[in-house]
Design a binder for this molecule. Sequence first.
Ligand SMILES: NC(=O)C1=CN([C@@H]2O[C@H](COP(=O)(O)OP(=O)(O)OC[C@H]3O[C@@H](n4cnc5c(N)ncnc54)[C@H](O)[C@@H]3O)[C@@H](O)[C@H]2O)[C@@H](O)CC1
Ligand SMILES: [K+]
Length: 213
Amino acid sequence: MTDKIVTAEEMRHYDSYTINTIGIPSLVLMERAALAVRDEILHAFPLNLKNVVIVAGSGNNGGDGLAIARLLHIAGVHVSILNVGNPDHASDEHQTQDNIVKYYQIPETTDFAVLDNATLIVDAMFGIGIDRPVTGNYAEAIKAINNTDAIVVAVDMPSGINTDTGEIMGTAVKATATVTFAYNKVGLVKSDGASYAGRIVIANDMGTYAIDD
Ligand SMILES: NC(=O)C1=CN([C@@H]2O[C@H](COP(=O)(O)OP(=O)(O)OC[C@H]3O[C@@H](n4cnc5c(N)ncnc54)[C@H](O)[C@@H]3O)[C@@H](O)[C@H]2O)[C@@H](O)CC1
Ligand SMILES: [K+]
């Protein structure tokens, strides 16, 4: 166990080592990540589970979100999914998770009105993959999330926060808590990042392996 704090590039290196050298499949890492967020939601916010909305982008952060939706659904929580990403750009893992979500018939929509009655929102738009300012539908989604009074749990990073600098990339999700994977991130301990992340939970039993630990 370490208290290492990593950049996006370092985290990608560790993920890639874990997947390609050790051989733990990417979907297994994603499942571990989703289980950690599910546990945090069930244990920390048991009184806020009446109406959970997962806001999902189309990359692997969104894939985590879809897996969290499934795990909460299986746990008996009323959950729906607000898709804000471009389905044409969906990652392979995201597509797999979306097929599973459809099997379970978890409601999916692109209409922001689903946020109106949310008691808890899971922010799964961008994680360490954010690399440019947030605009358009994503910026609108962030504004809509920040305008609710729901609990907000961010997956890996609050969407809009730069993983390396903590800067707000135009606009960012203001989270109640952030569950970040394997190691803490530099951007979460810088001032803007820290103020947007809320309580930081480091899910450090992911199986991710850093060769220099
Ligand atoms: N196998 C893995 O690599 C794992 C990844 N995990 C999750 O995957 C995340 C990283 O996933 P991705 O690399 O797919 O990236 P993200 O899901 O963070 O972002 C998705 C994509 O959005 C695009 N993008 C970046 N900034 C944008 C902007 N401002 N507007 C519109 N599009 C923008 C980029 O092309 C990026 O690849 C992690 O933060 C973590 O949540 C976890 O599932 C654990 C395992
Ligand atoms: K996120």
